[in-house]
Structures are given as structure tokens and as C-alpha cells.
Design a protein around this ligand. Structure first.
Ligand SMILES: *Cc1c(COP(=O)(O)O)cnc(C)c1O
Length: 360
């Protein structure tokens, strides 16, 4: 029998994650591998989160609290909203899928940047929506052009801020002008996975739009600065009306019990967050200096990764670095993305890159 695959699904390609360290070690027989590919926190999880995990293991025979009462209360408290404004996901990735399935009927449109987080297009396509990709302007979201791309069929508009893979951000002023023009039939998704790393004072307060009752959802995650990517937990802050709709299709136990516990502990570990932020700022300086010394021009980043034109085929550089035990991300053409790691990891990357660029 022939399989009848939905053409929208057939058009997709499986997401290719950053190569796991163990896999590269196995393949090349390397002992030292540096992974700077997935924007993870190089210093690991919050020690408080680890301690909370230990306590949670004894109750693993029970289903999680499907309503995630304590974590949602804590997040609501932190962001000065009520807990009916909070929805949890198995990573914020899952919430992107819930948004697409809740708001798109076949042929509905979702506006996004042409170079942004690849999961948006994947989820929109899987929900049979149409992606309207608006070119970046000097590597940044062109919010004015994104507004012009809105039609009566537009349902979702994604603003990845700071943007993955470019590391660039849009400012409070730009977002204010943009929000004044976005019509009510469009739900704006502010994906702020890297907000804790931002140093600019111009970064927008997107939660204020949620509090005003605008059709906005702000996505945050425990996968990046909180160092819990392996547990899969993220959240959205949005209006109670929107959480209500999303909850209708949310799998009841999507946020697992260990993730809920660890996230709660990590949320209250300010020391781990500030230590991670300081380490990133230092590492960013080290990386930018090292890349410039090679004659490269990394795009100024507000996040924990760097997007840079490597001056030659990026795939070749990616593969050559792999053979040196350094995992980065090839994005397209000459563009690569590298996560800021610990000082010794950054050093290893820069040294490997010097060797790679020297030998053609
Ligand atoms: C890493 C990342 C996320 C977080 O994904 P999780 O599913 O929470 O791990 C979301 N958005 C962007 C842009 C990211 O880079």
C-alpha cells in the first residue's frame, strides 16, 4: 500500500540538532570535544536545580502536576501577572507548536524574519499554514516591513528577540512603533529565549503588552541561561484568553515532574544566572577579539552566540572544525554560528579555527 503523506509534512526535513559530544567522540576517537553548537549554558545547570532533582526522584511513579501549580505561581509572581497568564511547555518549542495548531487553519499566514529560529516555519507548515518570510535589514528584524506583510489572513507574527541565529535585537522604541500598527487579528509572538543575556538598556518590555491585554505571547525558556536544556521546559506569558485556548490542546503532562521542580529551583537561583551572564560577557569579548584578529567581522550579539561570515564555504569550515573536535553550527553559505563557551572552550575553538583557515 502506498502511504499518503500530507504534502505539507512531506515538504519538511527533519530538524538537524547540534551533534552530541559522545557521537563525535565515537566517530573520530577523540577524547577532547568542545561543543559550541546549541547555545547551552557552558557552566551547566543551577546547583539548586540539581539538588531539587534529587528530592524529586522518589515520586517518579506519580504523574506530574498537570497544572504545574507551584511553578506557574512562581512565574506569575516573578512577572507580576496571575497564574492564568502562564502556560508551560515541553521546552518553549512545544508552545510554538500549540500556537500554530490553535491559530492556523489551512492557508492562514504567519509572518516571520527570513533568517530566524527554524522551528517557526516547521510548526507553521506542519499546521498547514503559509510562512511569509520578511528579509532581515542589516541582520535585524525589519519590523516596519513585517507590519506591511500583514494581510487579513495573517494569524501569527514571530519576533525572535534577540534573534537566533544573528544575535541581534530590536529596541523598545522600534517595538512600540510596531505594536501601534499591528492589527488585533494578529497574535504577536515575542520569543525571548536569550533575554537574560541581553546587555542593552534599549531592550523592550514585551510583558507590558500582555498586561495591557494585547494579543501577545512572550516565550521564555529554562534551556538557555538556566542550563536545563536536557529537561525540556519553557513557558509562555500571555492573556488568560489565549492560555485557555492553548490549554485545550496542550498534552496534560507536557511539563514533567523533574523539570517542574528543577525549573522552580533554578528560577530562584539568581547567583547562577548572574554568574552565567558575567561569564558570557567575558567569553563574548574573548571570542569577538579572537575573530577580529583573524580579520573576521562578527555581528554584534546580545545573546550567548555569535553569527559570523567566515569568508569561505561554511560547511567546509564546520567539517574541518569537527575533525579538530570542535562542534559549531553551519547556518548557510559562509555564515556560521558559534556559542560562547567557557574560556578554555573559546580558546580551543579559536585555535582550531586558526588551523582550519590556514590550510585551504
Ligand atoms: C533555544 C531556543 C528556544 C528554546 O527552546 P526550548 O524548546 O525551550 O529548549 C526557543 N527559541 C529560540 C529562538 C531558541 O534559540
Amino acid at each position: 500500500m502506498t502511504l499518503h503523506v500530507h504534502p505539507d509534512i512531506a515538504s519538511l526535513h527533519p530538524y538537524i540538532p547540534g551533534k552530541p559530544v559522545e557521537e563525535l567522540q565515537r566517530e573520530l576517537g577523540l577524547t577532547q570535544v568542545v561543543k559550541l553548537a546549541s547555545n547551552e549554558n557552558p557552566i551547566g545547570p543551577s546547583p539548586k536545580a540539581l539538588a531539587a532533582l534529587g528530592d524529586g526522584a522518589a515520586t517518579l511513579h506519580r504523574y506530574p502536576d498537570g497544572g504545574a501549580f507551584r511553578l506557574r505561581e512562581a512565574l506569575a509572581d516573578r512577572w507580576k501577572v496571575t497564574s492564568d497568564h502562564i502556560i508551560l511547555g515541553n521546552g518553549s518549542d512545544e508552545i510554538l507548536g500549540l500556537l500554530a495548531r490553535t491559530f492556523l487553519t489551512p492557508g492562514d499566514e504567519a509572518v516571520m524574519a527570513d533568517h530566524t529560529f527554524v522551528i517557526y516555519k516547521m510548526e507553521v507548515t506542519a499546521a498547514h499554514g503559509r510562512t511569509i518570510a520578511v528579509p532581515l535589514k542589516q541582520w535585524r528584524h525589519d519590523l516596519a516591513a513585517m507590519v506591511r506583510a500583514i494581510t487579513p489572513r495573517t494569524r501569527l507574527l514571530f519576533v525572535c528577540n534577540p534573534n537566533n541565529p544573528t544575535g541581534t535585537m530590536v529596541s523598545a522604541d522600534e517595538v512600540a512603533r510596531f505594536m501601534a500598527l499591528v492589527p488585533e487579528h494578529v497574535l504577536v509572538v515575542f520569543d525571548e529565549a536569550y533575554i537574560e543575556y541581553v546587555r542593552s538598556a534599549e531592550f523592550p518590555d514585551s510583558l507590558a503588552y500582555v498586561k495591557e491585554g494585547r494579543h501577545v505571547i512572550v516565550l521564555r525558556t529554562f534551556s538557555k541561561i538556566y542550563g536545563l536544556a536536557g529537561l525540556r521546559i519553557g513557558y509562555g506569558v500571555t492573556t488568560p484568553e489565549i492560555t485557555n485556548y492553548l490549554n485545550r490542546i496542550r498534552p496534560p503532562f507536557n511539563a514533567n515532574s523533574l523539570a517542574q521542580r528543577a525549573a522552580l529551583a533554578a528560577l530562584n537561583d539568581d547567583e547562577h544566572v548572574s554568574k552565567s551572564r558575567v561569564m558570557n560577557a567575558t567569553g563574548m569579548e574573548q571570542m569577538v577579539t579572537g575573530l577580529r584578529a583573524l580579520g573576521l567581522s562578527p555581528i554584534p550579539s546580545e545573546a550567548n552566540f555569535i553569527y559570523v561570515d567566515i569568508g569561505r564555504d561554511g560547511r567546509q569550515v564546520f567539517n574541518a572544525l569537527l575533525r579538530q573536535g570542535v562542534i559549531i553550527r553551519h547556518i548557510e553559505g559562509q555564515m556560521i554560528r558559534v556559542t560562547v563557551g567557557q574560556a578554555n572552550e573559546n580558546e580551543a575553538f579559536l585555535a582550531a579555527l586558526v588551523r582550519v583557515l590556514r590550510t585551504d
